[in-house]
Design a protein around this ligand. Structure first.
Ligand SMILES: C[S@@+](CC[C@H](N)C(=O)[O-])C[C@H]1O[C@@H](n2cnc3c(N)ncnc32)[C@H](O)[C@@H]1O
Ligand SMILES: [Zn+2]
Length: 670
């Protein structure tokens, strides 16, 4: 008891201490609210008057209309920013509003809409099942009644007589089946009662029950509540949203934004000041959707998040600590996610798979498991959407969905080593550890040794039906997504990916190893298809190629390419030279085939869009002290803009040129 209470007190104190928004910012918030206020009345009324609730109209941009009180300073001039259908108060160079995250929020809305549609489908299926069970049950009961009468009249003469019992026996069996099914899905018999209620209820009630329950959403790290407001206003199936933050100033800003957004927001969104970990733990299996969008790593929130989701609930999770996930600090990644990253060209997809593996591990502790629906690497972060289910038997399959990765230090050739395996023979299933090692200690291609990374999630990372449905829905609702072009291109890239092939190779990297001019992607892809394998692009990297062809085949294709496009002789035993000394075992056929080309590319649909602005990326944690080193990460324009907003002198760039990346960062970016 002592340990538990002091632990939570520690967290709460930590939460209070971490209310680290600069004083100047919170003053701006207050002044800003006054600035938005209209005519008479306190600041709250002012905001209400600007919102939908007061007059049923859209909020007006009333910045600077305030009467009386100190005039807002040049940076304190508040504006109302609209994103999608939500409005928030914005104060100059706002520390927590990040335009680059519009894509993240738009994608989340698209997934939420798909989730709501799916829940409705599932609800209808379950109603249909219940109804059919009910009617089967009813006919069995009728049968039993009839049979019972027969039995009574036939008395004990029927007993033991196979032919005769078959009549009453089948009726009894029918009843048994009913009982069995009842137990499978509803130990308490509740499902039957519900089905009975549906049959017995008046028409209105039946119709009502055909609509799935509204979604109960938790935005666990809500800041000013923009995302929560968008969920509430833009997804009609959302019934309620709790916008939680441990920063008091953020919660106050969120409360103002709720009022600013009028009726719907007031009815659906609640701002909540708490450490979300404690909040989630005290609301076990309550939320249909939990959204985690932290600064940096979500690792400390995963354990409580997987527990607070209802059955089949949706966890939406961002991680922006890409340097950690992509291998800059392998040990840090291991401590946070329980997996080693590798610095391969596929590092962005590996980051996604490390995060998925980590969520699965947390879920498994509570007899739960994940089913990924969409997993994205976008700009400077990864974002995964997974459903969480409870099943003691399904978690036995978890080890077979995870793999270690062996990667050659000389030529980047990689192989996956499954952690576990599942064997089904004669109808019985066995779960066993993986067998291996799948490779010899030295690389078969270049002779160098391997590094081992992982374990990563090596099962599919998207649900193809969801992705297709989302693409259709997003296209149909184009005008409702401010970042439509970008999210459409991302989903298009995802829709073309080979979903059963983990990670990807880079043609440029393979060519760099051999020191040859790379073949065009179309030629290389054609050679792979002509060799009898599948190949696709990757949404995570414009140069990435996902294929089920073994690495030996890919190197053979490159060997054949070099035969026709010889490289200059170079001295020394480089991995490339060793690879080229071996004769290819297949003869590559570079004849162009149509199926090797991306359909989107062929029809002119964009799969990758450039970023719209310089320094498009994560923002520093609110209240963080900015120094010259941040220029390398965020750019001088952003850093000095923020400092000017805080009335502080700008910092001189440490490197040559504005925002020049440091050597370490450059390596990751490469
Ligand atoms: C990146 S911001 C969230 C941005 C927001 N989701 C959006 O889309 O605009 C992260 C927020 O998490 C909050 N936070 C950090 N640790 C927390 C904790 N343990 N409990 C609740 N909130 C926390 C911070 O105060 C910050 O406001
Ligand atoms: Zn090698």
């Amino acid at each position: 008891t002592i340990l538990a209470s002091s632990g939570s007190r520690g967290l709460i104190r930590g939460a209070q201490r971490s209310s680290a928004w600069p004083e100047v910012w919170s003053l701006q918030v207050r002044r800003g609210v006054c600035g938005v206020g209209v005519e008479e009345g306190g600041e709250e009324e002012g905001v209400m008057a600007g919102g939908e609730e007061a007059d049923g109209k859209k909020p007006q941009h009333r910045a600077g209309k305030k009467k009386g009180g100190p005039p807002p300073g040049p940076q304190a001039e508040p504006t109302i920013l609209r994103e999608g259908e939500a409005d928030i108060l914005l104060h100059g160079n706002d520390v927590f509003y990040n335009k680059a995250q519009i894509v993240n929020r738009d994608l989340s809305i698209a997934v939420l809409r798909a989730f709501a549609a799916k829940r409705q489908e599932e609800h209808e299926e379950s109603l249909a099942k219940k109804a059919s069970r009910k009617s089967k049950g009813a006919s069995a009961v009728n049968g039993k009644e009839n049979g019972g009468a027969q039995e009574e009249s036939a008395s004990s003469a029927v007993e033991g007589e196979d032919a005769k019992t078959s009549v009453s026996g089948s009726e009894v069996k029918g009843e048994d089946q009913g009982v069995e099914m009842k137990e499978e899905t509803s130990p308490s018999g509740k499902a039957e009662e519900e089905a009975a209620a549906v049959v017995a209820a008046p028409v209105e009630a039946v119709l009502e029950s055909k609509i799935a329950k509204p979604l109960h959403v938790l935005e666990a790290l809500a800041a000013s509540g923009l995302r929560a407001l968008r969920y509430a206003k833009e997804v009609e199936q959302v019934g309620s949203v709790v916008a939680c933050d441990n920063d008091k100033v953020a919660v106050e800003a969120c409360e103002r934004n709720i009022r600013l957004n009028g009726k719907v927001a007031l009815a659906k969104v609640t701002a909540n000041h708490a450490d979300s970990r404690i909040y989630m733990l005290s609301h076990e299996k309550e939320f249909d959707v939990v959204d985690l969008d932290p600064y940096g790593s979500p690792s400390i929130f995963l354990d409580s998040a997987v527990q607070s989701l209802s059955e089949g609930g949706l966890l939406s999770c961002t991680a922006t600590d890409m340097a950690v996930l992509c291998g800059n600090n392998g040990e840090v990644c291991y401590s946070k996610y329980g997996a080693y990253p590798l610095r391969g060209k596929y590092c962005h997809e590996m980051a996604l798979r490390i995060l998925l593996g980590s969520i699965e591990a947390h879920a498994n502790r509570y007899k739960r498991h994940i089913v990924p629906v969409l997993s994205l690497s976008v700009d400077f972060y990864v974002r995964v959407f997974v459903r969480v289910y409870t099943s003691a038997s399904a978690i036995k399959e978890s080890p077979s969905k995870l793999s270690y990765v062996y990667q050659c230090v000389g030529c980047d050739t990689y192989h996956l080593q499954p952690v576990g395996r599942v064997a089904t023979r004669q109808g019985s299933t066995r779960y066993m550890p993986g067998t291996g090692p799948v490779i010899s200690p030295d690389c078969k291609q270049c002779g160098k040794h391997h590094n081992m990374g992982g374990p990563i999630w090596s099962a599919p990372i998207h649900d193809a039906d969801w992705v297709d449905g989302m693409l259709r829905s997003v296209t149909a609702m184009k005008s409702r997504y401010p970042a439509y072009n970008k999210i459409h291109s991302i989903l298009t890239g995802v829709s073309e990916e080979l979903n059963d092939v983990p990670l990807y190779v880079s043609l440029h990297s393979m060519s760099a190893t051999l020191k040859c001019t790379p073949p065009s992607a179309t030629l290389f892809r054609s050679a792979v298809v002509n060799a009898g394998y599948r190949i696709s692009g990757s949404h995570a990297n414009p140069l990435g190629l996902k294929t089920d062809a073994p690495m030996e085949v890919l190197w053979d294709i490159m060997r054949c390419w070099v035969k026709d496009h010889p490289v200059k002789e170079n001295s020394g035993e480089t991995p490339g030279k060793v690879i080229l000394t071996k004769e290819p075992e297949i003869e590559a056929n570079f004849k162009k085939v149509q199926s090797a080309t991306s359909k989107a590319l062929a029809s002119g649909v964009a799969r990758f869009l450039p970023n719209p602005e310089e320094f498009w990326g994560p923002k520093p944690r609110a209240g963080r002290h900015l120094t010259s080193k941040h220029i390398a990460s965020y750019g001088a324009a952003f850093v000095n803009g923020t400092l000017r907003a805080e009335g502080k002198p700008p910092i001189e760039s440490p490197a040559a040129g504005d925002g020049a990346p440091d050597a370490k960062r450059q390596k990751v970016d490469e």
